[in-house]
Design a protein around this ligand. Sequence first.
Ligand code: FEO
Length: 387
Amino acid sequence: MAVREIIEGIYEVGAIHWDRTVFDELVHIPDGTSYNSYLIKDEKTVLIDTVDPEKKDVLFENLEILGIDRIDYIISNHAEQDHSGSIPFVLEKYPEAKVITNPKCKDFLIDLLHIPEDKFIEVSDGEEFKIGKKTLKFIYTPWVHWPETMTTYLIEDKILFSGDFFGSHRAASHLFVKDEYKVIEDAKRYYAEIMMPFRTQIQNNLKKLENLEIRYIAPTHGPVYNNPEIIINAYKEWVSPKCSNKVLIPYVSMHGSTKVMVDYVVDRLTEAGIEVIPINLTKMDIGVLTMNLIDATTIVFASPYVLAGYHPAIVYAVYLVNALRPKTRFIGIMGSYGWGGKGPDQLKSMLYALNVEYLKTVMIKGLPREDDFRLLDELVEEIKKRH
Ligand code: FEO
């Protein structure tokens, strides 16, 4: 436990989870994470978001360090349990506290945590709320990454408490961003894994925040930004419609034939000056795929058939790509088979959420022969023409 001060009277009192490696039983977080909770001392004492219930003792110890014997308001910017899960415990210890949030978030908190309805104060989009000398302003920023998400802006000190928005899964003892490159990489992974499908809504949210003067962005995961421009600009780039001259090749190969095809295509695209990223799905972190989905123009899925269909590793990747709805414009399918199986239509039908043009499919029998390489050349030519 450790209390970290942003500026006088405003503290980070949450918990660092150094050894957490998976989030939502889905997302790999190689750098751990933190559940940031912020305390503002004014005439009223305000807690902004809480922590994962697994770490609630750390929150309470931090509040004890600061000698907090009364909390007037708990602001809930986001109902997901890694930030809201300790609210019932805080309410138990500080029974006078009221939960301030928007109506949608209130409904979630009632459903997910059974918080009694009379504990809430509802606030509307743009509403201001005095807590003494300071004023909070609530700005709805939906779909980062749930429908109820909002941010809280501390007007006098120009601090944006942004919830998951702009966050990064990084456990770090320093409060403020120390290594900008690393934090942006972590934030990029975070954006890719949970925010990417909502980039249109995020564009709108960024516009809503445009007129705020922001000195600090204090998210619920990872370090606080004392140079907010770096993360705002990164988000602007990620949500923009622009793609890079980049091809991703998520692949699986059981006995090497598909790998021969992948290597061949990688070499030809490299010769053509096109960035290409082969991703061995059974060996590499799936985060490498998701991060590169942010701006890849083309994806070529490569897999053999097994058990009368595509390999489960490629099916998982295809399912994930469809769920994340990247900006990708072209998709190819290639691979090797021994005696047939369900064809590429199986994969295409799983990509229903994407608006893409399909490139030449190259499924060949066994180890590729000269004619097969010619088919791969044709696929490469199609990619070159479109990049
Ligand atoms: Fe960090 Fe969506 O919770």
